[in-house]
Design a protein around this ligand. Sequence first.
Ligand SMILES: [Zn+2]
Length: 491
Amino acid sequence: MKRKNVIALISMSLVIYALFAACKPNITEQNTVVAGKGQAKYVFLFIGDGMSMSQISSAEIFSTARSSKDIAVTRLGFSQFPVLGMVTTYDAGTFITDSASAGTSIATGKKTLSGVINMDTGKTQEFKPITEYIHEAGMKVGIVSTVTLNHATPASFYAKAPSRSNYYDIAVQLAKSDFDYYGGGSLLQHAGRNGDQQSAIEIAKANGFTYVDSKDVFNSLKPGAGKVLAISPVLQDDGAMKYEIDRKPGELSIVDYTRKGIELLDNPKGFFFMIEGGKIDWASHANDAGAVIHDVLALDAAINVALDFAKKHPKETLIVVTGDHETGGMTIGFAGTQYETFFDKVALQTRSYVAFDDEVLKPYKAGTPAGAAKLADLLPEIKKSFGIDFDTLTAFQKQQIEFAFQRSMGNEQVRSFAEDIYVLYGGYEPLTVKLTQMMNQSAGIGWTSYSHTGVPVPAFASGAHQEIFGGYYDNTDMYRKLASVMNLKVQ
Ligand SMILES: [Zn+2]
């Protein structure tokens, strides 16, 4: 048989195998098949936190087809990957997972409860993440996140914790780890909840990490730098990197942290590099489609950097792009716009919800005496930030914004409608979330939640052994698939 035919036969068997496997209710051990010989030496795992198809499709529509009459859609780099799978995300306690249990599933192949990182549901037994096997095999390990590096998703690749909120403990585990490159957001509570413990950054330095928090030093890092902990010089909410929509030209981005990571991790034994677009989730929680879309596009740009690397090692590089769950119940289509979309409205947005809070709303509140606040004062900034022209709104829309403004200003009379407040604003600044929702709805984008949802997420794969990532499987299978492509003997 010719080599091509052999490959075709193997691929076909895999497809049949995957179809057969998908029929079984409990998907566990069957995905340890290695497609063909050899090893994926350079493995990229990109995780869009909170990213499912609506976040991805919105970025595609935004990029190429903003008018509802223009139905041309150009794919993102990663949504053109040759292999697509769908991944279930439920955890041991709920159909709607959080990032801790979802990260545990991907990193260890085991289900646990929401909030738990790489431990069993009883929070006594520790699970060994895939990165430890990878490190033992002599490959380097890199971890990047746009949110804090001790947040649940990145933590799942180096830590074990009964609670994702044990930020200090997780930061210390990062500091004591022997992985090669950490980059992106800061370490939340690095000196403990009360700031009275030894800084995890100091512990990291003592453990041989080069700590970098300036752009010039970051840019000058060269291969052979040893273990690196690189934190963005510019931080935004809760120590995360800025939203892409708020990032100023020249400020370091997820693309820079990915490019530098490749430079530092590249070695003859190979590497595993997990890169998280963490703020896709945060923006989706806040129902801010503009911030979501710009962060998905930034993740895509980082993936393109990995693709450039793959061109140099086409047979040995694998790139997988997935989400850990969907956030916000985002969809394309809203009752008020029926079959129409107007993504040109999203293009008018110039700030994330966080930047509007920080740069407009908080200073206004601080500088305005009680009782003197007027919505009219903010209308120019509202137009500049979200493209909303108040005068053109319906009476109902104007009333909703006025109501939210009053609540943001602490009007006690408005606060008496408490039972509806969570559904209306989800714990965000009422005015800000009402503005993003209203702009999103007018663009034809709907939201159902301020939390995560239980829909599956896609997994796109390109490169060595890409074919085993096709089909419909569980997030725990992602672990076994990744282990098999790297020839790791895992439990
Ligand atoms: Zn989330």
